[in-house]
Every structure is written in C-alpha cells, then in structure tokens.
Ligand binder design. Structure first.
Ligand code: GLN
Length: 512
C-alpha cells in the first residue's frame, strides 16, 4: 500500500494486522476456516494479551465455542448464513446479554444476569456473530478513561501506563489488540469516538435514534447511542448495517430503514465540502502533534478532491480561559446528562436486582446503604449534581437554561450543514493520557470531551478515524461529523481515507 507515512519508527507490527470481520466471514463462508478455529484463535489472543490490557469483564469462552460449533454445523448443512457469520464480537458491559452477567462495571450490578437480550444483541445473533465477551467501561458509562470501572482498570495497548479512553475503553482496547475485529460501544458524550481515537481504531456514533437502545442500560436517555468500534471503515459499515434496524421497543428509534452502508464505501469524495469549525482549532486548544496529524489528514482529503471551508459553531463555545480549555457545550452536557442520570439510576435500590446491603435498621437505611456501597464516586457525584439541577428553585436556572443552550448548539450544526457535507476536526485534544493523570480533577477529565460532546448534544452522527501517531507511538484520531441520518457520508469519506493511508493497519506490541 503506498503511503508517505511509513518512515516513522513506531513500536508496532504491520505485517500481521489482525483479520477484519469482512475477511473472517469470507474465510468462514468459503470453507477455508471453521468458526471453531476462528474463535479459538481469538480466545488465544485474549489469553495472551489480557494480563497486560484487562479489556474484558467477562470472557464467554464456553458459550462462544458452543455457538461456533452450531455455526459450523449450520454451514455444513448448506443453510444461508448471516452478515456476520462466524465473526467474533466484544460487547460493552452496559448492553444486556441473556444469561451473561451485565454489570455496567458497577458493584451495584455485580450479580445481574439479564433474562433477555438487547435489540442490538438479537441482531448480532440473527446475523450469526459470536459474542466473545463483555468489555470493561467506566461505571454506567460515566467517564473518559475507563478508570471509573468498579472492577478494574483497562490499559491502553499502545502504552500500558496510559488510559485507553472511555467510557468504552475495553471495547476499543480489545479491537486495537485484535482480540475481536468488532466491538459495540455506547456514546453519550464521546464514549465511542474518544476511546477509538486513543486506541487507534475506528469508532462511529450513529445519529440519535438510529440504533435501538432496547436492553441498553440507560445513562442519559436523550443522548445515549450504541455504535461500532472496528479497525476498518468497511467493518464499521458492516456492523452498523446489522444493528441499525427499526425497533418499536425503543420509542426514540427511527422507523426509517438504514441506507446501504456497504454501497456507500465505494463512493467518491471528490467535490465534497468539509467544514473546519473555527472553535475546534483555537490557538493552544490542541496538542501540537494532534494538530500536525490533522493538518496532514486535511491535505490527504484535499488530494482526494475535498474542498475545505471555515465554519463556526459559536454556541459550542470552545475557548481558552487562563490557558485552559473551556466550553459551553461541556457545561450544558453536564447539566443534562446528570439530570437524566439521577432519574435513570433511581431504580438501583437493592430491591429489584443487583447488590443489596445487609445490616440496616429500616427500609430507608437499606436504600441508602445499598446505594452508598454500590455506586462509585463519579456516579454519586453525577446523581447529586443531577438531583440538584432538577430541584425546585434551580430547575429554571440550570436545567431549563441548559436545554435552551442545547437548542442553540443544534441550530449551529444545522446551519453549518447547509453549507458543508461534513465537519472535520479532532476527536480528542490530546493523545492517550497517563492512568491517574486526570482522576484528581473531574473537570479536567470532563474537558477531554470538548470536541465530541457538541455532536451528541446536536444529535447528529460522527466518526473517529486513526490519522497518525505521536513520536512516542501513541495513536491520534480525527473526527468527521455529518448531519442527521447521513452515516453513509461518514463511511464514504472514511473508506476513501483508509484506501490512501495505513494508520489503521498498525498493531500495538502488547507486552506478554
Ligand atoms: N466522558 C463523558 C461522560 O463522562 C461521556 C461519556 C459517554 O459518552 N458515555 O459523561
């Protein structure tokens, strides 16, 4: 593959990039490989790398092997096979899997075994995928580093002293290492795109309402979306095609049929216009190496015939204040998401499911002890903030005001998309940060999402693509955003970029 970027000395191997879902499926369908051998190979990769990375909360080894046997039989009977036939997939532990523990990385759900599958899991199984395990995450998806997991810390496979990003850090790390070619994550304020950027893989947040949340544990219901984390854009299209099916059990899920995403991949980008949001490129807002990689990616798109114009998203309000990033969008997000979380998390009370504390005097004591023991610090902080912003006397000043700001942010995006086909910018202001570096200061952690949160608030779709490495060997991601329902445009542009570059083919050398 021709590339101007191959000269960098990076601790990685390109020769044996793990197989993509598309190639695994083809090898299985042609009879070249059995599902059993495919699953065995990925389980071996998990056994080899898990001690250093800790991407999984549960590895469903037995179930996966059993299912692989059933798929091998199905194929040998000559039955028609699904779009993900024989392909292993890792599922974020916030997505319900029947009979398999689903904890949201919270001690309060340490023993919760769902009696049903989420809609997206039903879709995976209907298309003959093999679920290989449940991935680690920030507790209830609240965080940007996976350090808020109630059980363990996932490490960035490119440098195990660093965080993989979050909250879908386990899913992104698993794909980066080749433990699975596909993973599901969820994105409320950036939790698919940011860990994808920090782990050097592709993460797509679909339009709000594109994918059913039936069976996905709710964090902030006006924002949550499920989406694919993969190594290639082609695989992202494949997985999105499978999960983006209308579902009446989620009233926010659109009835419109998804586009043909595989067909979108071949489309040209020549003649498209990309907008550069001025606020995403303010002086001092970006790490120098991230800025340089983005500039190189922009040139690559220009070579492909894309025209760039400046646009503004004024109400995202990204700014530098006293040398630090600040953002209206982040402030607005932390009012809306905490308000919704405080309501959604009221159900964990020790009565219906999950952890229940012992040794309490009365019912109120049981509730408060259960919740006190079961939730981690960040979740408690969000419940308290959310309860505060919804309380009488503060509702108008905070919640209502945030809802208005959100509308203005959405209108900025709508205006921008009247002029441009896609928006182009960074996914995260910096490459992967050190484990422990931001845990002392929650605001510092929140600001990591300045570039992803506006897109969630506006409800449109976005993708993060690998676009370079730092001198120290850490991956860098770029973000493309499209208007509502135009995931096909993201995939078309991403596929065109991946045909010209090889950043996505690099694999971390994980210490054994
Ligand atoms: N990091 C953001 C938060 O902590 C976003 C999380 C997410 O998208 N689930 O809320």
């Amino acid at each position: 593959m021709p590339s101007p970027h191959l000269d960098q000395s990076i601790q990685s191997t390109m020769s044996d990039a793990p197989a993509t879902a598309t190639s695994i499926r083809n090898a299985f369908l042609s009879g070249e490989r059995t599902a059993g051998s495919i699953i065995e190979e990925h389980l071996a990769r998990i056994r080899q790398s898990e001690p250093a990375v800790d991407a999984f909360l549960t590895v469903t080894e037995e179930e996966a092997l059993e299912r692989a046997r059933a798929l091998d039989e199905k194929r040998s009977r000559g039955e028609e096979m699904g779009l993900l036939a024989g392909v292993p997939i890792a599922v974020k532990d916030i997505i319900c899997t029947r009979g398999v523990r689903t904890t949201c990385a919270s001690k309060i759900l340490y023993n919760f075994v769902p009696p049903y599958d989420a809609h997206v899991v039903e879709r995976l199984l209907a298309e003959d995928a093999v679920i290989i395990g449940k991935t680690n995450m920030d507790e209830f998806a609240m965080g940007s580093s996976t350090e808020n997991s109630g059980f363990k810390i996932t490490r960035n496979p490119w440098d195990t002293s660093r965080a993989p990003g979050g909250s879908s850090g386990g899913s992104a790390a698993a794909v980066a290492v080749g433990m699975a070619p596909l993973a599901l994550g969820t994105d409320t304020g950036g939790s698919i795109r940011q860990p994808a950027a920090l782990c050097g893989v592709v993460g797509l947040k679909p339009t709000y309402g594109r994918v059913s949340r039936y069976g996905v544990v709710a964090f902030a219901s006006s924002l949550d979306q499920v989406g694919p984390i993969t190594r290639t854009v082609e695989d992202s299209a494949l997985l999105l095609q499978v999960i983006a099916a209308p579902d009446e059990r989620d009233s926010t899920c659109t009835r419109r049929e998804p586009d043909d995403y595989a067909a979108a991949l071949a489309g040209p980008v020549k003649g498209l216009t990309f907008g550069l949001p001025r606020e995403f490129f303010i002086e001092g807002g970006l790490d120098g190496e991230v800025a340089a990689a983005l500039e190189e990616a922009r040139r690559e798109f220009e070579r492909l015939g894309v025209r760039f114009v400046d646009v503004s998203l004024p109400h995202s309000g990204i700014d530098m204040e006293g040398g630090k990033l600040s953002s209206f969008a982040v402030a607005c997000y932390y009012i809306i998401c905490t308000a919704e979380a405080s309501s959604n998390l009221a159900r964990y009370d020790g009565v219906k499911y999950g952890h229940r504390s012992e040794g309490h005097a009365d019912m109120i004591g049981m509730y408060s002890k259960t919740r006190g023991e079961g939730f981690g610090d960040e979740v408690k902080r969000r419940i308290m903030l959310g309860t505060y912003v919804l309380s009488s006397g503060y509702y108008d000043a905070y919640y209502l005001q945030a809802a208005r700001v959100r509308r203005l942010i959405k209108e900025d995006f709508d205006r921008a998309f009247e002029e441009v086909d896609l928006l182009f910018g960074p996914t995260s202001p910096t490459p992967a940060f050190k484990i422990g570096e931001k845990t002392e200061d929650p605001l510092e952690m929140y600001l990591n999402d300045v570039f992803t949160i506006p897109c969630d608030l506006a409800g449109n779709c976005g993708i993060s693509l690998p676009c370079g490495f730092t001198d120290g060997g850490l991956p860098i991601g770029m973000q493309l955003m499209a208007t509502h329902w135009d995931e096909a445009a993201l995939l078309r542009a991403g596929a065109a970029y991946q045909r010209e570059t090889d950043w996505h083919l690099r694999v971390p050398d994980v210490p054994a």
